[in-house]
Design a protein around this ligand. Sequence first.
Ligand code: GLC
Ligand code: CA
Length: 567
Amino acid sequence: MLEKIAIITMMIFCSSLAASPSNAQQQTDAHARQWWQNAVFYEIYPRSFADSNNDGIGDLNGITSKLDYLHELGVDAIWITPCFPSPQVDFGYDVSDYEAIDPMYGTMQDFDRLVSEAKKRNIRVILDFVVNHTSDQHKWFLDSRSSKTSKYRDWYIWRDGKNGGPPNNWQSEFGVPAWTFDKKTGQYYYNYFYPQQPDLNWRNPAVKDAMLDVTRFWYKRGVAGFRLDAVDTLFEDPNLTDNPPSPGKDKFGRPNFARIYNTKLPEVHGALQDLRKIADQYDAVLIGETWTKDITELKNYYGENSNELQMPMDLMFGTVNKLSAPEFRRQIAAVDTAGGWPVFVISNHDMVRSYNRYGDGVHNDEIAKLMASLYLTLRGSPIMYYGEELGMQNNDPKRKEDVKDPQGITGWPGEIGRDGERTPMQWSDAKNAGFSTTKPWLPVPPSYNTHNVAAESKDPNSILSVYRQLLAIRHNEPALLNGSYTALNDDDPNVLSYLRKDKNEAIVVLLNMSNSPQKIKLNLAPQGFASPKLTVLLSTFQQPTSAAAADTVELPPFGALITKITK
Ligand code: GLC
Ligand code: CA
């Protein structure tokens, strides 16, 4: 199949309606392109990528040793989730020193070497900045909790209790109380996540200045930007107004509340603007972990004058949980017209892997290739998650005693936590998937025998081979990098079709999201192609060899076809 690329030429006629690119899109395209708009990002969970010293936990030298793999894959930037000193209560998202490397992951020299080796391969390094909270072992918090008159007291959110209980009814995201009583000073501190993750007080200018300095520290070491963790929760209502109840219960069985007084406060935009001013001095990018309920909310994160996040993640796209052409079409259209540069993600360290979410149990590998063909050919920057290019699947804990993520320990069995999507990278069919010679911190799933880098590198039809080709095409085709997005056949319930068009080039992507064969008729005349020929750039299925001059394209179940238009 893949070796048959570019052998078919099809003439396309027939009818359909198609929209033209929006003004917002044209405006964005008119601006000079930035490096991060051309880049494919790749998220690395350092505990699980490669273990160079065989202690069962991945490390920075492990990542450095795999840079050639990433370069050959076609990755332009890696985002490393927190690798700073941390008690590891939330596996690094509880930082006890923002300006150092956790010894478990290596040294600052190892980090510098990683950045310079990456640079040689044109790979930029993005770090994860946990802006909302520190670890309770951070020196700022240790000082803060030591006395009510500590210089650092107001760096966190301390309040008296009310009626013998916490100051108000706010709840932690992680199924525990959001206020933790501290005997020593007789007050409560606020923690949106675990009690070991006290929230910083961003209303204190000293906190803001210290955090801005952290970004300068890393930019000077060659870091190309940050993924900002949990930005929605940076500010809280200073009056501590109770949140109103909302229907139903949460995943921990607690009554729901609408989190209007402790998430998404307008003040967050000021903080993002300050972070952005510094990022701009270093040509750096800010990526946001932005959980938004609709496009209006997402739009706000770009900033009214495009002066906040360049890349707020569209996590609404990432949480579409079933294959549906109309639903993806709707999501893409929404973000495409939002006015900023779209950011597409289908998996990460907090979300069940895409292989499990979209797989039907029969065509899982085909579906993995289909999803790759979708989010790697859209207008915007994709962020891959390590192992997604192999078809790695979740390996969820079966017993409570095996759970590592405290969220799963608290929530078991209703909420099993996030261990399943954080298992070691599958390098080969050797013991522990070639990740480590020691038992890894999380177990690899049995599928590592077939779904691993070594085996898939040899197979031209593997998921990995499709990813490699997709990334190569993406980098070589101006229409995919710069082109506008136009939905085609937008009433088709099964096949998602679109045109990516640059000045002189155009590409048509056809994705069968159904489990039955589909015939597609296209009319590209309204797009300026009266009698176009389509040359296949990539197909995930066996091509008929004599399809010349067909007026209809046929796709097998879950088939993906990417073609280039030649006039
Ligand atoms: C973000 C991270 C998640 C972490 C949480 C608290 O959501 O992605 O892994 O647990 O923030 O820092
Ligand atoms: Ca190690």
